[in-house]
Design a protein around this ligand. Sequence first.
Ligand code: NAD
Length: 402
Amino acid sequence: MTNPWENYLNVVEEVSQKLDLSSDEKEELTEPDNILEFEVPLNDKKYKGYRVQFNNARGPYKGGLRFHPEVNLDEVKALSAWMALKTAVVDVPLGGAKGGIEVNPKELSEQELEELSRNFVKEVYEDIGPEKDVPAPDVGTNSKIMDWMVDEYESLVGEDAPATFTAKTLDNGGSEGRTEATGQGGAYILEALAEKKNLENATIAVQGFGNVGAEFALSASQFNKVVAVSDSQGAYYLKEGLDVSELKECKAKGNSVVECAQEKYDQGKEISNEELLELNVDVLVPAALENVITEDNADQIKAKVVIELANGPTTPEADEILEEKDITVVPDILANAGGVTVSYFEWLQNREGESWSKEKVLDRLERRLKPAFEEVWKRAEGGSLRKAAYEIAIIRIIKAMS
Ligand code: NAD
């Protein structure tokens, strides 16, 4: 099993050598500032809870909370480090953190989920806050949980502090455009990349038709052809291109993408998630899980470009194979940074008491992501965009520390 923290350390080691970092600088990038480990009570049980504050040299710690049965310290550490790099690569003045609870939220009632979320805040409230550490949702958590958490935090500290959490519901200080942010950000990156790689009317396969994948597909389908999409139930391929908007509407009613597509089309076909990854398309977008492109299938990938909207979808071994095959990989810390960028906008709006329109949010998102992409592209000089993105981020963090 690939250990994400070890993967992170390996890339940092390589980049540190190239940048000739001192041992103190390297230590800052390989030792989280604070590791909070605690137990979160619910009924007569106790669940393992974590908050890892990786680095705040560039601004308050920032990063999601994951509720999942496989949450563990190495995963949280790696995700916290990636957050620090992500905020640095798009140059938003925030640091990196991550947290979570080792729990299966699907096994809890709504009331239990609320109690667990509030109990998590009771454990960490002295260590978080708008100027200290700003959590957000991740896998297994959502806007409603953020609303409960803000409410709990505000009652514990005795003051209004909506900027303590981001991706809240719109009624509770959330930002317009947050739902679209990560997928739309990926579409802006594709636009920028299309100019470099002559990807006119590209064919696209998207693994994971959830929040991120569906929003990306919807936006990208305006100028391109989305020929395959999937969810955990399976994948569907239609050479002529799918109507993403209709699929999204149908999926929102609780159907799988395959059911939706089969109802609408006769000429397409159901394929497996593995086959989707290996389709002969211009652009492949993993937007579901980590470690889906591995040394076992990397050789079979035929796309010209991979845009990583999921966190950590490519193992280091696969990354080398893709590089040898001259496949351009836009790394997760850049490709899916739209989410944290709009979280930053939410934090700004909350602090200033403002409420921006969706147009303003998305316009600012585009104006932040496209230049970030250009910078990474330029630094890579035709080589690995991942290493270039790490280098830019690490240089910014080291500079802020000094
Ligand atoms: P989501 O739960 O809304 O969607 C995930 C989708 O993946 C679902 O449609 C699910 O059915 C599908 N899926 C699950 N297992 C699959 C499998 N084996 N094969 C194909 N599809 C499968 O989650 P999301 O918010 O869209 O997040 C997706 C990824 O993007 C995650 O890796 C997440 O960490 C990353 N990400 C999300 C955000 C954000 O703003 N939501 C920001 C940055 C990164």
